[in-house]
Each structure stands twice: as structure tokens, then as C-alpha cells.
Design a protein around this ligand. Structure first.
Ligand code: CP
Length: 306
């Protein structure tokens, strides 16, 4: 399977996902062995126009562990020539000459596609506004496989800011590659799952419900996928306050959950999973974040070994 740009989750089929997960498992061994120098002559650039901890640092760590070099800017909106009026397209044309792969996070939906249209090296979408976050969804799926042992026959509850949650959108798209998937969307009224995502699920024959009662859907869930209410994307503080704090996973919710289920969260969290939950073995979100390193090593390898 060839992979060049990584722009959205719809570009992956089941065979590609199997291959990426096989490589990801081998990357766990590479890290365990102390790393590799296979990309000593390669440069990865991170261009982040929005804040990040996990995505940027795990891509940078992934490249370092594969022996490559990393350049970039963590605040491209202020510390790149964007602030002088340079277009995204011109920035990408120039940075392509300095890089072998570019990882970009941007405020605008579709920014990664715009970058890919002019780049001369692979572009990896690390989040485009409220659009998609494909590498996150890949690590989410890898984590489900690793924790639960299967990707078919799953009952998944997606909770929180489903309108702005780009990881949710990408994960929904990836899940359409599997059999007997049922999704429950549990969200405050003003941040429901977009109709575009529901339409895609309909086309692919995935069943879903929109359910306000978290305790009810938690009881049958294999995966509770919690997300943060994204304050930075609301037009007004009032709208944010309407959505905030409605769904919190705490000891009470744990009491409804099956013993063999898991809780995921792309992180960062902002109060929607109580700290008391962290000690429960079903709390898989920090293991999930660690898997991000291995997935991103696999993606880098796929981009270079076409
Ligand atoms: N999950 C995720 O994208 O985290 P960061 O915003 O810290 O990169």
C-alpha cells in the first residue's frame, strides 16, 4: 500500500489500516530497542498554527526515534511570516524545499488539502480547525484493537463536543471500514454531530443513535469516547457555557460500565473525566496518547517508503 499525503480518514481502507497497524506494532519494538537511524538524512517540519502538546511532540519524537531531524514552529500564526501576510500556499512552497515531510495543524477546515495542492513533499494533516484529525483517529483505532482485541462488533459512545471534535469526525469515518459497528452520539444540544458525518455513516450502513442519557448508553458500551467542549471554537461565551459540564465521566458512570469496556479521550481534558477515574483499569486515555508515538512513526515510514 502506498501512502503519500495523510489528509483525511476517508482515504484509508481496511487493508491499509491492517498494514499501518502491523508497522505500528513493529515501531513499539523499535522504541523498546532504543530507536533507529533509518531516516538520518531526512527532515520533518512541524508547522502548527494552533496549540498542541501530544500531536506535535509525538510527531517530533517519532522522527527523532527514527533517526531523522526536526525543524518547525509551534506558533506559526505569530512566529512565521504568515504574520507579514504570506499565504499558506507560499509558505508550503518554500518549506517544501527544506523538508522531506510537513506536518501541519491549522485553524481552517481544508488547510491541509490546500497545502497538499502546492507541496512537493508529503503533507500530514495534524488537525484542520473543526474538520479532521486523521492521525489521532488512527491511534484511537489502534488503541481499541490493542485494548479490546477487535475492531468489528463494537458499541461506541461518542460524548461531548461532537460538532467541533475533529477527532470524532475522523474516527467515525475510519469505523466505517468495520462490521457491526453501532455508534451512540451523546452531546449537548448546541454541539451535536454534524449532518455531513451522519450522511457518510448512512451511506456506509453504520447504525447510530443520538441519545442524551449517558448512563443509559454507557451500560452497553465497549468504548466511551469522551471529548472536550472546545471553548476556542464558540462564537460566544454564552454558547460555550450552555455546552460545558453536561457530561462528566466520574465514579457514578464507571458504575454503569461493563468490566471489559474502555474509556478513551484524545486529550487534553478540561474536567469532563474526573481525576478519580484515572486509577480504574478501564481508563485507557494515557495509554492511548502513548500509542500516538508508534502510529506517527508508522506514518512517517509509510510516507518515506512509497
Ligand atoms: N489529541 C490532540 O490532538 O492533542 P494536542 O492538541 O495536544 O495535540
Amino acid at each position: 500500500m502506498e501512502l503519500y499525503h495523510v489528509l483525511g480518514a476517508k482515504q484509508f481502507n481496511r487493508k491499509m489500516l491492517d498494514e499501518i497497524f502491523d508497522i505500528t506494532r513493529s515501531m513499539e519494538d523499535v522504541v523498546e530497542a532504543g530507536g533507529s537511524d533509518r531516516y538520518a538524512n531526512k527532515v520533518l517540519t512541524t508547522l502548527f498554527f494552533e496549540p498542541s502538546t501530544r500531536t506535535r511532540l509525538s510527531f517530533e519524537s517519532a522522527m527523532s526515534r527514527l533517526g531523522g531531524k526536526v525543524i518547525g514552529t509551534e506558533n506559526a500564526a505569530q512566529f512565521s511570516s504568515t504574520i507579514k501576510g504570506e499565504t499558506l500556499e507560499d509558505t508550503i512552497r518554500v518549506v517544501s524545499a527544506y523538508s522531506d515531510v510537513i506536518v501541519i495543524r491549522h485553524t481552517d477546515i481544508g488547510a491541509a488539502e490546500r497545502a497538499a495542492a502546492v507541496a512537493t513533499v508529503p503533507i500530514i494533516n495534524a488537525g484542520d480547525g473543526a474538520g479532521e484529525h486523521p492521525s489521532q483517529a488512527l491511534l484511537d483505532l489502534y488503541t481499541i484493537q490493542k485494548e479490546i482485541g477487535r475492531l468489528d462488533d463494537l458499541n461506541i459512545v461518542m460524548i461531548g463536543d461532537l460538532a467541533n471534535g475533529r477527532t470524532v469526525h475522523s474516527l467515525c469515518y475510519l469505523l466505517t471500514n468495520y462490521h457491526n459497528i453501532h455508534i451512540s452520539f451523546t452531546a449537548p444540544e448546541n454541539v451535536q454531530i454534524p449532518s455531513t458525518v451522519k450522511k457518510y455513516l448512512d451511506e456506509k450502513g453504520i447504525t447510530y443513535v443520538e441519545e442524551y442519557d449517558l448512563a443509559k448508553v454507557a451500560a452497553n458500551a465497549d468504548v466511551l469516547y469522551q471529548t472536550r467542549i472546545q471553548k476556542e471554537r464558540f462564537m460566544s461565551l454564552d454558547e460555550y457555557e450552555k455546552a460545558r459540564g453536561q457530561y462528566i465521566i466520574d465514579r457514578d458512570i464507571l458504575g454503569f460500565m461493563k468490566q471489559d469496556s474502555i474509556i478513551l479521550h484524545p486529550l487534553p481534558r478540561a474536567g469532563e473525566i474526573a481525576v478519580e477515574v484515572d486509577q480504574d483499569p478501564r481508563a485507557a486515555y494515557f495509554r492511548q496518547a502513548q500509542n500516538g508515538l508508534y502510529i506517527r512513526m508508522a506514518l512517517i515510514q509509510k510516507c518515506f517508503n512509497r
